[in-house]
Design a protein around this ligand. Sequence first.
Ligand SMILES: Cc1cc2nc3c(=O)[nH]c(=O)nc-3n(C[C@H](O)[C@H](O)[C@H](O)COP(=O)(O)OP(=O)(O)OC[C@H]3O[C@@H](n4cnc5c(N)ncnc54)[C@H](O)[C@@H]3O)c2cc1C
Length: 635
Amino acid sequence: MARKIVLTLHRNDLRLSDNELLHAAHDQHHKDVTHVLPLYVYDERFIELSGLPGYERQGPEARTRLCKFWRTGAFRARFLTEGVFDMRNSLKQRGSDMLLRFGKMEDVTTDIVRAIKDNGDEIEEVFFQKEYYTEELTIERNLRAALKKVGVKLVMFDQVPLIHVDDLPFAPEDMPDVFTPFRKRIENLEHLGRAPLPVPKQFKPFPRPANDANPWPGYGSQIETEHRGLEDVLQYLLRPLQDTFQLRAGSEGKNQKSAFPYAGGESAAMQRIDWYFKHGDPPPVARYKETRNGLLGHAYSTKLSPFLCFGMISPRTIVRALDEYEAKFGSTQNTYWVRFELLWRDYFLYAARKFGSKLFTLGGFEEVTDPKQAKQKTSPGWWKEWDQDESLKKHSEDEQTAVRWMKGTTGVPFVDANMAELRESGFMSNRGRQNVASFLTKDCKIDWRLGAEFFESHLIDYEPSNNWGNWQYVAGVGNDPRASRQFNPIKQGNDYDPRGDYIRQWLPQLAEVPTNRIQCPWTLSDKDFKKYIPEGSYPKRPVLEQQTWKAHYTRRGPSKQGVPNRNERVKNPGPLIVSGGAARTNGQNGHSSSNNSSPRGSSEQPRDRESRVIDKVIRKEGHGGDDSCRERNLS
Ligand SMILES: Cc1cc2nc3c(=O)[nH]c(=O)nc-3n(C[C@H](O)[C@H](O)[C@H](O)COP(=O)(O)OP(=O)(O)OC[C@H]3O[C@@H](n4cnc5c(N)ncnc54)[C@H](O)[C@@H]3O)c2cc1C
């Protein structure tokens, strides 16, 4: 008898719980479906596949549009692969499996659907997660058209945000452009997000191919028949990245110093949720608001973003954990604030939907919201061209400002320590991200897209709307009502790393510098500079120096560590989200005024390929009014 199959094509939904694709394949409406075929395709446009033996790439290398960095760096490649194998193991434990293939999502899927039909089996539907970025929409269109030709329907599931699009109190295209009104309208909803869906009780069997000699088509069947595991696949994926600094730093496994020392996958995500919301009396979330601006260790914030980005956990599951915590310990500003941050995630997701390809353009969302401003900010001279930095022109490529920012050799320790953390661990705190982004765009005045692409390549938790949206925000071309906001890295260093522990961790060459000079080592006398810093290990002068920094060279007053950001002190107590998501007003708990709305190496390091590549791009591209990034191209 013919088998009736549903194919669930997974991308950033690498989980079993609260996964609408898997849930639907096992629900009442699909009673007649006998088999479910979960498929994951490593797509050559997003991750470089040329290291796979015998793999023939159809398009160009998987590099970023402007700067040609690898789109998926070593840490994210590892995290993703761990997540893929974790999902496959979980499915296997439930009598199912997941097919792994490499290529282009729409081609691979269509070939498999054809093979299913040729085999005499029935297939009417392919389930797929809805994503709204230019490339992802193109893939969806191509896939829909290809499947239509073989008589199969593509069914989409819109499950990335916490608040389902149908539950928004406004049409998505009419969402408020500024975060605070967006948040306030959402907080008036009766429930903050729907209840998560359970893992299907009984998984339908995985449809094995007719015979082992004739596996499902697509590159990957050999890996399957040879029983290649995670480390083998990972080794192939990392092969092309051999020339990057990040790989060297991460090649021995996880960086022990990392603030994000976790493996990828739903299992690890669930463990983290358990630890953060349930472990201890009270659990760590009880101090979230005080600690979330931290820099060291894994406990200062939830560390859920990498799991969220790949859908290894759903935001609704996090809200469920908060509800359970509150049922036991009560709701506080700390729990309110986790929801508050999750709303930032939704805000950028929906803003990206609303503004489409403007997420990636030099002029950003402002091209729509304030075309006059955007015109000015995209005119020649607004952003400094990377190779036209007069003071550095005569210097070697290594000394270009953009390259020094990427390598963490600007000479400003708070910036460099954060960049070292990113390169050596794939993670950086929100505080760090804001500072390095502000330094690149507001101090160095370099095209913000360089920073966004560098983050895209290096972050474990890279997610288009959150990354590009936050970059726009800091660069002043997005939705920040205070577009001129600029961070003072000396003050920030004093406030958030008052003892210099963070700097010492990531810039060990500065370990001996006295604490009152660690944020500004150039103020040391020549003699002391030599005494405390190994020769040639750190720039003697910063790449630039602002007048406003000087007042903070000698720190005065108490540190802010452990003290909430001044902007976050309650001025106007607002609604408190209580268990179950209902909003109520509570004088003890509040939210911020609009201005709290902050979304929130050494010179001897071997010069890596990405620096060389960027130097080339710098010369080729130029920018200014360039809108060549209007659409991130498909290969
Ligand atoms: C320049 C820049 C680039 C960024 N790029 C990304 C990115 O690619 N992917 C990403 O997930 N986040 C990004 N962020 C947002 C933020 O820095 C991270 O989400 C956060 O540091 C992750 O750590 P956490 O999970 O411990 O956060 P927590 O403080 O525990 O927050 C809980 C969750 O709220 C969400 N959240 C928190 N802050 C923000 C924010 N500012 N914007 C959107 N969502 C937020 C995240 O999903 C996070 O997991 C960026 C921020 C900046 C300033």
